[in-house]
Design a protein. Structure first.
Lengths: 248, 181
């Protein structure tokens, strides 16, 4: 290594011998011991470096308020409440309660599919569902309904409507509830209207001989079971408004 | 009770500002750059796995952010500047000691980016050539060359400035004598 190359390398050598163990300086430091001229240059270099470090550091000081500006404009983030030691047992207890309630609701709470079906009927009727077929000839409505593939597949066909009944069959639709076919039949008598929803009992976990009557928000719905089908009769009003005979 | 980020700011905002000033050469830009770098550091703090490298990481953010903001005016300056004259024109330590810190800083700030940044990191922060290479994302050999050349250029310019100032003092002195006489 020549003197100029040693100088080039030693310019990166820091004050206070911080780099004395760095092998990249080893050859240059050995050269330094052999070459008095290089040694003189190095001493001058060390003095100059020390002077620059001291003078330049004094020359630049960050504005006093910079630190506060940085902290004031730091991105806000939600505090990690799990990092608060005294909150941990409370959070753990709350988590156990929430999980327990979920499990209880899923497995232990009494499930009432009949009631659920009645409620679904009220909810659906309240949304004013449209009729796919409307006709004041009840027989024609029944024929239309019985021709629908989903009705036939699910064996939801209805009998020929009777005559001289309080409520007349005026329209029908085939709808889908939770992936199961439902035959909707619209009955009318003057201003009163009612919906009959006919489903397969198995599709909605309705057990034979089930019965349920519920009222909700001015609506009434009655579920009854016949054969392997569940009938859901729904209308606006009270249970008394369901005291009519279904025409089929 | 200060949190981790407050400690981080307390520990590094002064060196960060110094480096930002070396990058931008403008006081207000340096303040903005420092704030922005800390903002980025806070939002991406998960990237910092080794806390002992926090300062180096912050400086890298500073430099990248500076380059990002200056990209539109990125006119690459030539850095293979020929050294001016020979070693006889380097300022001596004794003469340099007589110069005030602001003049030294002004002359350092006048160096080309490629020399100013490694020299600033070397003098301001006493960083090793390896740490400087990491921050500036250049090879180690390049840093060593730029340090050597940058320090030589600094001493040459300081000497040139000293001679110019001495000339002015002589002229003022001569002028003063004529007026008084």
């Amino acid at each position: 290594m020549d003197r100029e190359e040693a100088k080039r390398i030693l310019e990166s050598y820091r004050l206070g011998g911080k780099d004395s163990h760095d092998p990249i300086f080893a050859d240059a430091l050995r050269e330094l011991e052999r070459d008095p001229e290089l040694q003189a240059w190095f001493e001058e270099k060390e003095k100059f470096d020390a002077l620059m470090v001291q003078k330049l550091r004094d020359a630049v000081t960050a504005p006093r308020d910079l630190k506060y500006e940085i902290l004031a404009h730091r991105p806000q983030r939600a505090r990690n409440i799990f990092a608060v030691p005294w909150l941990r047992p409370i959070l753990a207890a709350a988590a156990v309660v929430v999980i327990g309630l979920g499990v209880w609701q899923r497995f232990a709470a009494p499930r009432n599919p009949v009631r659920n079906l009645a409620l679904q009927a009220i909810s659906y009727t309240n949304e004013m569902p449209s009729l796919q077929f409307v006709c004041f000839d009840a027989s024609a409505v029944a024929s239309w309904a019985n021709r629908q593939p989903a009705v036939r597949k699910a064996a939801l066909e209805i009998a020929k409507p009777g005559t001289n009944m309080d409520m007349k069959l005026i329209g029908s639709s085939v709808v889908d509830w939770n992936g199961k076919p439902v035959l909707m039949l619209c009955l009318q008598n003057g201003k009163q209207m009612a919906m009959v929803y006919l489903v397969r009992g198995d599709d909605f976990q309705i057990k034979p001989n089930s019965y349920e009557m519920i009222e909700k928000n001015g609506w009434v719905s009655k579920v009854s079971y016949s054969g392997d089908k569940a009938w859901v009769l729904t209308t606006k009003g009270t249970p008394a408004d369901l005291n009519f005979e279904v025409p089929f | 009770m200060p949190d981790d980020f407050e400690k981080f700011v307390e520990e590094h905002y002064q060196p960060a500002f110094r480096f930002a000033l070396s990058l931008s050469r403008n006081h207000d830009d340096a303040c903005d750059l420092t704030q922005q770098a800390f903002f980025i550091a806070q939002t991406s703090r998960r990237q910092l796995r080794d806390r002992s490298k926090g300062k180096r990481w912050l400086f890298t953010i500073l430099r990248r952010e500076f380059l990002r903001t200056k990209r539109h005016e990125a006119v690459r300056q030539r850095y293979d500047v020929e050294l001016e004259g020979d070693d006889s024109l380097l300022i001596s330590v004794d003469h340099a000691a007589t110069m005030d810190a602001k003049s030294l800083l002004t002359i350092l700030q006048g160096l080309d980016d490629h020399f100013r940044l490694p020299v600033s990191l070397f003098y301001f922060e006493q960083l090793s050539y390896k740490e400087i290479a990491d921050i500036l994302e250049v090879p180690i050999g390049t840093v060593m060359s730029r340090l050597a050349r940058g320090k030589t250029m600094l001493r040459q310019r300081l000497e040139s400035e000293r001679v110019t100032q001495a000339g002015k003092i002589v002229k003022i002195s001569e002028k003063g004598e004529c007026q008084n006489g």
